[in-house]
Design a protein around this ligand. Structure first.
Ligand SMILES: [Zn+2]
Length: 210
């Protein structure tokens, strides 16, 4: 027997009768003191990357979830958000960075590629051919070729930091870094540094809404 579905709309901020978008946005930024977004691979062996990045940047991670008097989870003390994608390639993180900035504000974006990554085990041609034969699908035009696999760590990090910097949805004030993480030793090595250009005049409040 199927249970009647609850009214999921009741859980959507934007469906609340008194919804006011700027107020909700302000509340989000006060609930989570986000500073740094880390982009890394979904390889289970890469799970220690956010901890290593938190140490490197002095971030609070995983932090603690804060609960209100009614027992609702309403906030967190973490200052580090994770975007976990194949190979840790920046292409899959662009939209998440825009959203993270909109709701919480971001200062640093850290792209991390790791040693012995599965993304180094195939080539763009290889995966395109395999998709053709195995699924009858041509993905040749679906993805930016330079973002599909990794053949040279320094090159792919340079590419990803540039892609993130040039993305129209990346806020101009962020610093962007590229690191290689050694999954055996846990060592993090910085390969690319792209600090934000010096800002002219007063710094805008990211939450003020214009
Ligand atoms: Zn990987």
């Amino acid at each position: 027997m199927t249970k009647e579905q609850p009214n999921f709309d009741a859980y959507a901020f934007s469906k609340a009768p008194d919804f006011d978008e700027p107020s909700v946005r302000r509340a989000f930024s006060e609930a989570v003191p986000l500073r740094t977004v880390v982009v890394y691979c979904f390889d289970p062996r890469a799970v220690d990357i956010p901890k290593a990045v938190a140490r490197e940047f002095g971030e609070v991670y995983p932090g603690e979830i804060r609960v209100d008097a009614a027992g609702n989870k309403v906030a967190s003390s973490t200052t580090l958000f994770e975007v976990v994608v194949a190979g840790g390639r920046a292409v899959d993180a662009l939209r998440s960075v825009t959203v993270a900035q909109h709701l919480f504000g971001v200062e640093n974006i850290v792209v991390v590629h790791h040693t012995h990554c599965g993304a180094t085990s195939f080539t763009p041609d290889g995966i395109i051919e395999a998709c053709k034969h195995e699924h009858g699908r041509d993905i040749a035009g679906a993805y930016d070729r330079s973002s599909i696999a990794i053949s040279d760590y320094a090159e792919s990090l340079k590419y990803d930091v540039g892609l993130m910097r040039d993305s129209v949805g990346t806020p101009p004030h962020v610093n962007i870094y590229g690191y290689v993480f050694d999954i055996d030793s846990g060592e993090l090595t910085r390969v690319v540094t792209d600090r934000a250009p010096a800002r002219k005049g007063a710094v805008a409040d990211p939450v003020a809404g214009g």
